[in-house]
Write a protein that binds this ligand. Structure first.
Ligand code: GDD
Length: 310
């Protein structure tokens, strides 16, 4: 689809009179997704983990509880679904939980939606660029054959394969986000960790593998891209969600030094070095922008400044 053909309602109120379900509403991305969908006119329903605070239109849900998932879907009867709940930390040590939540939990949701009284017009599943592993090409597009290198990535690729079994019943879109960050991301991820050290004025930081590079986006851009995908993506397709430019770890530290106005000493702590790390992830967003229009990515230095000053 050429950019000229992109429907005019993009950026408008395409959600008017429609119900959106966000799984993982209180997760890092869920918060921004809710803002984005509410602004587009959707009535937003969300699931949170049992024990988290509830509110109107917010349901506590363990995705691994198949019957509870079916009940929730029956109550909400969503028109669109952004499935963001899942284990997001690549170095999470509980492999069983990773597979249970990311694969079985997603299967429970798709089964409930397919069997539900009301069929949604779009279901977006958050997969991950980590499925590509250590790709041999410099810039990764959706045709690169996935080569997952850790349990997290295998779980996300398994989720994608499992989702294909439901594509004859549900209009499913797979998002493959590259790295993204922003205010509210947990400090066990690389950029919030670096930013928080500078915020505390620390002169030393212990990191893991320094020889990495990532394509970082701003979480607000990712939420915008997901909202547009829900409105216009052709069913059954996978889309990279990324800025198209990659930064080395040294470059990230330099950027933060510039913002904070001082130098930090970087030390390697073997405890943070991952076995089977993915070294470089740099993506092409051409397929995405051809369908949803230009992304207007926020420069990473601006996102870092936002986090530093928050
Ligand atoms: N977290 C962390 N990472 C470190 C550190 N030192 C080096 N790294 C390296 O920095 C890279 C980025 O780590 P994370 O920020 O934890 O992100 P990620 O593993 O790339 O995963 C993120 O991006 C994926 C998409 O590419 C997402 O799917 C995933 O949920 C997550 O957001 C990894 O190669 C990691 O080994 C450290 O102290 N902490």
């Amino acid at each position: 689809m050429a950019t000229d053909d992109i429907p005019a309602f993009i950026g408008g109120r395409e959600g008017e009179g429609r119900r959106a379900l966000i799984t993982g509403l209180r997760g890092f991305t869920g918060y921004y997704m809710a803002q984005e969908l509410t602004a587009a006119g959707y009535r937003v329903y969300g699931t949170v983990m049992p024990g988290e605070e509830l509110g109107p239109d917010i349901v506590a849900l363990d995705l691994c509880d198949r019957e509870a998932v079916a009940r929730m879907v029956d109550e909400v009867q969503p028109d669109v679904v952004a499935h963001l709940a899942g284990i997001a930390f690549v170095a999470h040590t509980n492999a069983e939980l990773i597979y249970r939540v990311n694969v079985v939990g997603t299967r429970n949701l798709l089964e409930a939606l397919a069997n539900g009284k009301h069929r949604p017009t779009s279901v977006l599943l958050a997969s991950s660029a980590n499925i590509y592993g250590n790709a041999s090409v410099a810039v990764i597009d959706e045709n690169v054959v996935p080569a997952p290198a850790n349990d997290y990535a295998v779980s996300k690729l398994a989720m994608e394969y499992m989702a294909r079994l439901w594509m004859d019943k549900l209009p499913i879109t797979i998002a493959r986000p590259f790295n993204y960050t922003g205010v509210g991301q947990a400090e066990n991820f690389l950029l919030p960790k670096i930013v928080s050290h500078f915020r505390r004025n620390e002169k030393r930081i212990e990191l893991g593998n320094l020889a990495i590079a990532r394509d970082f986006s701003d979480v607000r851009m990712v939420a915008r891209a997901y909202r547009r995908l829900l409105a216009v993506a052709p069913a059954g397709e996978a889309f990279n969600v990324c800025s198209g430019s990659s930064h080395s770890l040294a470059n990230l530290i330099d950027m933060m030094s510039e913002i904070a106005g001082y130098h930090i000493d970087v030390h390697v702590n073997p405890a943070f070095v991952r076995a089977n790390d993915v070294l470089t992830l740099s993506g092409s967003n051409s397929k995405l922008t051809a369908v949803i229009g230009q992304l207007d990515p926020t420069p990473l230095s601006e996102t870092l400044r936002w986090m530093y000053l928050a």
